[in-house]
Ligand binder design. Structure first.
Ligand SMILES: Nc1ncnc2c1ncn2[C@@H]1O[C@H](COP(=O)(O)OP(=O)(O)OP(=O)(O)O)[C@@H](O)[C@H]1O
Ligand SMILES: [Mg+2]
Length: 295
């Protein structure tokens, strides 16, 4: 088994609520560890007063990501996938629990040395066009991290941008264009190139192909697999689509209402799903899993 690059321990993230301090919220966490156990949830509601209960988007998640591999995270809309992703890259702090990258707290790194953090971990977003600045050319978009994170001079940046364009199979002349001139698939290649510009070890891909047509999805998935092998990358691949997760993941965790309900190797999850919710997800995948999921 390869070494663990990222680990999450009992990670909780809440939104909203009474606006009390985290310390007083921490006390309530102790009596209300779960949102799926109705009675305890009601108790938390009673403590805060009706309407003041915070929404627990991520509810006690623990997981490990191994170097050079892909962890798939699958679950329906609203189950907390993006919240977890944002905590993994330090854009959001956990309400409680901890995420470590190479043994260092992501939350601390985000506070103390954001550049160091961003040289290690990068994110690719669901909406390829929306995540690119419409007023900047591809060159400006790709040069920004080269300058900010690696202090490259102009000549080095030019060379690296050409290399990045070739890595994601975009023609060199596209470098001077603006995001709106691209298709969704091309825009996502730019999103991937921007993540690669940081030269990271780990990339968190939050629904990277969900906005794309099926044929384009396959091309981008194959590019991601190719880049992983060439550049020795580790991926966390998030999707609501089990079929997509199956094509790219080594290990899979299934999330439901902020919690992990099942985890295993890709083979285990797809050949022998144990949790009722995983079976339900599998039964909605067209084609090959249907009969097995029903059986
Ligand atoms: N900034 C926020 N403020 C309040 N609630 C939020 C915020 N962001 C997310 N939520 C809520 O937290 C829960 C988890 O949201 P999250 O975006 O993490 O889910 P997701 O699994 O990524 O969903 P999707 O598949 O739609 O992207 C949802 O109920 C969502 O409405
Ligand atoms: Mg999301």
């Amino acid at each position: 088994m390869s070494e663990v690059i990222l680990s999450a321990r009992d990670v909780v993230r809440e939104y909203g609520g009474s606006g009390r301090s985290n310390a007083s919220r921490g006390k309530v966490d102790a009596v209300a560890p779960s949102r799926v156990l109705g009675g305890l949830r009601d108790r938390a509601g009673a403590i805060f007063g009706i309407g003041n209960t915070p929404l627990r988007a991520v509810d006690g998640v623990s997981l490990e990501v191994r170097r050079g591999r892909t962890l798939g995270i699958v679950g329906e809309s609203g189950c907390g996938k993006s919240t977890l992703a944002r905590m993994m890259v330090g854009l959001l702090a956990p309400t409680s629990g901890n995420i470590e990258l190479d043994g260092r707290s992501v939350e601390e790194l985000a506070r103390e040395d954001r550049q160091k953090l961003h040289r290690k971990v990068q994110m690719v977003f669901q909406d390829p066009l929306g995540s690119l600045n419409p007023r900047k050319t591809v060159r400006a978009i790709l040069e920004a991290p080269l300058k900010a994170l690696h202090g490259m001079d102009q000549k080095a940046r030019r060379e690296r941008v050409a290399e990045l364009m070739s890595l994601v199979s975009l023609r060199a002349e596209f470098t001077e264009r603006y995001p709106h001139e691209f298709s969704g698939g091309q825009a996502q290649r730019i999103g991937i190139a921007r993540a690669l510009a940081a030269d990271p070890e780990l990339i968190i891909l939050d629904e990277p192909v969900s906005a794309l047509d099926v044929s384009v999805q396959a091309q981008v998935l194959s590019l991601l697999a190719d880049l992983q092998a060439r550049l020795d990358l580790t991926y966390v691949f998030i999707s609501h689509d089990l079929a997509v997760v199956e094509t790219i993941s080594d290990e899979v965790v299934v999330m439901y209402l902020g919690r992990i309900v099942e985890r295993g190797s890709r083979e285990e999850i797809f050949a022998d799903p144990r949790h009722e919710y995983t079976r339900l997800l599998l039964s909605s995948v067209p084609g090959k899993h249907r009969a097995r999921a029903r059986a």
